[in-house]
Design a protein around this ligand. Structure first.
Ligand code: URA
Length: 250
């Protein structure tokens, strides 16, 4: 059994972006921190850091933010970037301001291009991040692609065979599966996470991706009721789902 982590209250709140230790001590003194309905004035006390803390603790009359170890899904809108190196609004801009000051910081699990929409996971849990992106875990990523030209009909077999080498690379691609939805629409399932991978796969067969949307990661599906720009925390069962689906047969 894993031991429940504990932390001093001032250290925990500081790491969650609520202010410096001095500011948090002051907040405790004026009744701004409430735990289980009672004022918590001694911020040097240690408490168990469990996910239910955000239901039990209030800061300035508002529920505590989720404690470290959070995982969330965002329906990434078109035009937002995952990288500070690119121009434009960042996916992190949809989160509350205070969350930018969290340590450990929240980062995206892999990336979607600026012009790709759909399921994007974010976390402050480095181990989980590495497990999801690890090639050994074969987490399936399912994309719906709208194409500029009709499919030739041979793409599915070519992708399924594996071995396609993308321009500028030496390492062949792992097998991927293609489901044709219409002559110019397809669902592509890949287990790797290479740069602009789906767009480059279709470019390799003489086509061009006009719109790209990620629908699923592993067994976790982007819900219909999560609008572009909206995000939601994942519970333990949803996190397990990421690793649940069968990898592509090879
Ligand atoms: N493949 C792409 O080309 N773009 C993405 O954003 C994700 C996969």
């Amino acid at each position: 059994m894993t031991k429940t982590p504990t932390s001093r209250v001032d250290k925990l709140l500081g790491s969650m972006g609520y202010g410096s230790r001095t500011e948090i001590a002051r907040l405790g003194k004026v009744g701004g921190i409430v735990l289980d309905g009672a004022d918590l004035t001694d911020v040097s006390q240690r408490i168990a850091v469990t996910p239910d803390l955000s239901k039990r603790m209030e800061i300035d009359g508002e529920a505590l933010d989720p404690v470290p170890g959070l995982v969330m899904m965002l329906n990434k809108p078109l035009g937002m970037t995952c990288s500070r190196k690119e121009d434009g609004a960042l996916v992190y801009d949809v989160l509350p301001d205070r969350w930018r000051r969290r340590d450990p910081a929240i980062s995206t699990i892999g990336r979607l291009d600026k012009q790709t929409s759909g399921l994007l996971l974010l976390t402050d849990d480095g181990d989980l991040l590495h497990r999801v992106i690890s090639p050994k875990k074969h987490v399936a990523k399912v994309y719906r692609a709208t194409l500029a030209r009709p499919l030739a009909g041979t793409e599915g077999d070519l992708f399924a065979a594996g071995g396609l080498v993308l321009e500028g690379e030496d390492k062949p691609l792992a097998p991927a599966s293609l489901e044709v939805i219409s002559p110019t629409e397809a669902r592509l399932t890949v287990t790797e996470g290479r740069y602009h991978m789906v767009r480059r796969m279709f470019a390799a067969v003489g086509n061009h991706v006009e719109a790209l949307h990620r629908e699923r990661m592993g067994g976790l599906v982007l819900p219909d009721d999560l609008a572009p720009g909206e995000w939601r925390l994942l519970d333990a069962a949803q996190i397990d789902l990421i690793f649940a689906a069968e990898p592509i047969a090879r």
